[in-house]
Design a protein. Structure first.
Length: 348
């Protein structure tokens, strides 16, 4: 068995698929058309924006009767068939593609079409391989996959409005979280930012509850087909985040803000300005219809609070916040305690 590693432009691959020189072997490949439209759009948008995608694996073999080379797709069927369908104008891009929403291939400009067709696809071409070796390669490709965590499973399972709503939020908020070490590169690569944003949405809808992965799954499922209030919820969350970015960055520069405390801080800001949809377990606290009662002093107060957390100062005036940030940070008891401390600071 010999493997040739090279690249080919999309135009050559498309021509091969149209002519039948590049085919899918249905004996071991899954049926085509498994990707929903949003996933197909996301993939095409990847190419249009010149981002890389994983290599395609092909098997080249000679047909003795025709003396022609035939190429079977071992890995990459969904990607290549999506490319072919797009060029054949069988795919109109959804709103997942912000730059090219609503367009077919024919509706791209000449320069955009040229760039798409010229995009170089990374290939592993297997020559002189036996069918047994090919099946073994296919098996190994599909076995070397890192087990998906819950956030990644949701991203793979749901393709509707709520998933892409969360994606829009992370596009804006995650770079800030990464810059100030709220989340590491690894956290972002494993989609923990998506998980955090979904938690923040659930807090706005349902109030303060213990962390519950099943509840997040239900949220994705409920709004998968349609998320009618997404513009309003987007405004709530982004405006609270913008308040953090515009007025509280010094807090992030001086303190180590963990994701669970970002969740609590964002929730406190949202509640004080907009309230929560459900306030069942929040008694005696009324929103002020503004983010903070005194913007000039809030940074100093929050730095004192989070510094006590950083130093694990159980004897400070913020000992309850320290305790609630030290263990079992996702329980309703500790989430509620952190929320009360932060609301008190915002309303002081």
């Amino acid at each position: 068995m010999k493997i040739i590693r090279n690249t080919k432009p999309i135009s050559d691959i498309y021509t091969g698929m149209k002519s039948g020189d590049i085919i899918v072997n249905r004996e071991y490949q899954r049926a085509g058309g498994l990707w929903p439209n949003n996933s197909r759009t996301y993939f095409i948008d990847t190419i249009l924006n010149e981002f890389p995608f994983p290599k395609v694996v092909l098997w080249q073999k000679i047909d003795i009767k025709t003396r022609k080379t035939k190429t079977e797709i071992i890995d990459g069927q969904q990607r290549l068939t999506t490319i072919k369908d797009f060029i054949d104008n069988k795919l109109r891009l959804s709103s997942v593609s912000k730059r090219f929403v609503g367009k077919t291939f024919a509706e791209l400009t000449d320069d955009e079409q040229q760039a798409f067709l010229s995009y170089e696809v990374s290939l592993d071409s297997i020559v002189s391989g036996t069918r047994e070796e090919i099946l073994e390669i296919f098996k190994r490709i599909n076995s070397y996959t890192l087990a998906l965590n819950r956030a990644e499973q949701r991203f793979a399972t749901y393709q509707g409005d709520f998933k892409w709503f969360i994606s829009d939020l992370t596009d804006i908020i995650s770079p800030y979280l990464n810059t100030y070490n709220v989340m590491s590169d690894r956290d972002l690569s494993r989609m923990q930012d998506d998980d955090l944003m979904a938690e923040c949405c659930l807090q706005y809808f349902d109030g303060i509850k213990s962390r519950n992965a099943a509840k997040l799954d239900d949220l994705y499922k409920k709004y998968d087909v349609s998320f009618p209030d997404k513009d309003g919820v987007y405004e709530v969350i982004i405006s609270a985040f913008n308040y953090i970015k515009d007025h509280l960055t010094t807090v992030f520069e001086n303190c180590e803000i963990k994701p669970y405390n970002f969740y609590s801080l964002l929730g406190a800001l949202i509640f004080n300005r907009y309230g929560f949809v459900c306030t069942k377990n929040i008694e005696g606290i009324t929103p002020q219809n503004l983010f903070c009662n005194n913007t000039n002093t809030i940074e100093e107060r929050l730095i004192r609070i989070f510094s006590a957390v950083d130093n694990k100062d159980f004897n400070s005036e913020y000992s309850s916040m320290v305790i609630a940030s030290n263990a079992s940070t996702h329980t309703i008891k500790n989430r509620l305690e952190r929320f009360k401390v932060l609301i008190s600071a915002l309303q002081e």
